[in-house]
Design a binder for this molecule. Structure first.
Ligand SMILES: [Zn+2]
Length: 460
């Protein structure tokens, strides 16, 4: 069966898989899912070389159609045959020829088979050793340690995800992070949110989203000698502001005023009104990509108070259950495991921002240069404090790789990990949080990870 595939159907991703399965025939499901999964215009025919198949006689072709609703009806596809084909010669991806089951066998494991197609069609690297050396070449400090420190099945009493908790294990995770220049986390005090947080009427996230203006940024030339790896970026590569909600409560005395965490700057800004005016002020003094480092708001916006985040690392876990149930399941289990592992290693763990004791950067007495030096000094000193903040965050993309977590460090790195289960937490704490080394099999991407000759993410 030959299908002509074209533009992706984003509407598909807004419906549950069960709905899709019951409402459309399998081949259409396959077809639309492939489009949505690959998120790409499929206006060419794709093909697996027939000689790679054991039973070439079963390969049928049907005329390609150019419109989705004209995909011809026929029996379901047997994707088992594709598994065999994956081991055959992979020539140019011009056509995807699907084996048509003459018996009308139904799809037994459609999701994972489809993801295999995606990985194959997009030429994904799945070999951990290849990813390891790719990262190493790009100046990312990597660890060779196992991601799992316990036996399988686990003897260490780690929490388990329920058996129905399945995630994408077939496609390449590395590269699944969209670059941003700043990422903010708005105080909400809760752990689940409306599906689209920037559409919640009257919320600060919605105001910030509308105050967001496109600005031109100078072309980045941060690491001219290092190879570019998708998903690995620097703040100067993008003008995007990524807006997330966080589980932290505001630290402003007036509870109408929100508290924002800002990365990679590693600061906390409090006293932000949940209004369009407040969002605009925030944009002008904090978020504008042309601000190289946040040193506190300027005199005319003195309503804000800004501090360097008083932690050696901030760990955020996606808990956005209304977006994907798996994130609602994984976040509390991971929080428990992170807390346990860190405390065992002598760390202090907070799950809410403490009120700041020191005076805010707005009160700093000195020139801007002196203030910048003071901020840098503070960030460097934090590294050895063994103090962690763990928060929940709203959807950040890639929930098919749940459990998702981000680790932020004072030096301004953000490490995005996926497919994290309670069994991987110990290795993440030891290698990434304490030693500043990346575990390649868990890496989705991140900010500030690549630096020539870098031995640890903690090296300045
Ligand atoms: Zn375990």
């Amino acid at each position: 069966m030959l299908l002509r595939l074209h533009s992706s159907t984003s509407a598909l991703t807004h419906r549950s898989n069960r709905q899709i399965r019951s409402s459309i025939p399998h081949h259409k499901y396959f077809y639309r899912t492939l489009c949505a999964f690959t998120d790409r215009e499929w206006d060419e025919e794709l093909s697996i070389q027939p000689q790679a198949l054991d039973e070439p006689d079963e390969v049928h072709t049907v005329p390609a159609t150019s419109r989705r609703n004209k995909v011809p009806d026929s029996a379901p596809l047997d994707l088992h045959h594709l598994d065999k084909a994956f081991n055959g010669p992979q020539k140019q991806l011009k056509k995807l020829c699907l084996v048509h089951a003459s018996s009308g066998t139904s799809l037994s494991t459609p999701m994972s088979a489809l993801r295999k197609i995606k990985a194959w069609a997009l030429n994904h690297t799945l070999d951990p050793a290849a990813i390891h050396s790719q990262l190493e070449t790009a100046g990312v400090p990597v660890s060779s340690a196992d991601c799992r420190t316990c036996a399988d099945p686990c003897q260490d009493g780690h929490g388990e995800y329920p058996s129905r908790f399945t995630v994408d294990m077939e496609t390449q995770m590395l590269g699944s992070v969209r670059p941003f220049c700043r990422q903010i986390m708005v105080s909400t005090g809760v752990t689940d949110w409306d599906r689209e947080i920037t559409r919640t009427s009257g919320s600060l996230a919605s105001h910030i989203s509308s105050a967001h203006r496109k600005v031109a940024i100078p072309h980045s030339n941060a690491n001219p000698d290092l190879p570019h790896i998708p998903g690995i970026f620097n703040a100067s590569d993008s003008a995007e502001i990524a807006i997330l909600n966080g589980s932290h409560k505001t630290i402003s005395d007036d509870h109408q005023l929100e508290t924002i965490l800002v990365f990679p700057d590693y600061v906390v800004v409090s006293g932000v009104p949940s209004t369009w005016q407040g969002a605009k002020m925030l944009w002008n003094s904090v978020l504008d990509p042309r601000i190289p480092r946040i040193l506190g708001s300027t005199a005319d916006e003195a309503a804000f108070s800004t501090w360097v985040l008083p932690y050696s690392c901030v760990i955020t876990l996606c808990s956005h259950k209304r977006r994907d149930n798996r994130c609602g399941i994984s976040a509390p289990k991971l929080e428990h495991e992170f807390t346990h592992s860190l405390q065992h290693r002598g760390w202090t763990v907070d799950t809410q921002l403490e009120h700041m004791i020191e005076s805010p950067l707005e009160k700093f007495n000195g020139t801007n240069e002196e203030k910048e030096a003071h901020v840098l000094e503070t960030l460097k000193e934090l590294q050895d404090d063994k103090k962690a903040l763990i928060l929940y965050n709203s959807h950040m993309g890639g929930h098919r790789y749940a459990g998702n977590c981000i680790i932020y460090t004072p030096r301004g790195t953000s490490v995005w990990y996926g497919r994290v289960s309670p069994h991987e937490v110990e290795a993440v704490v030891e290698n990434t949080i304490e030693k500043g080394l990346i575990l390649p099999p868990l890496l989705r991407g991140g900010l500030g990870l690549s630096k020539q000759g870098c031995k640890s993410l903690h090296d300045w």
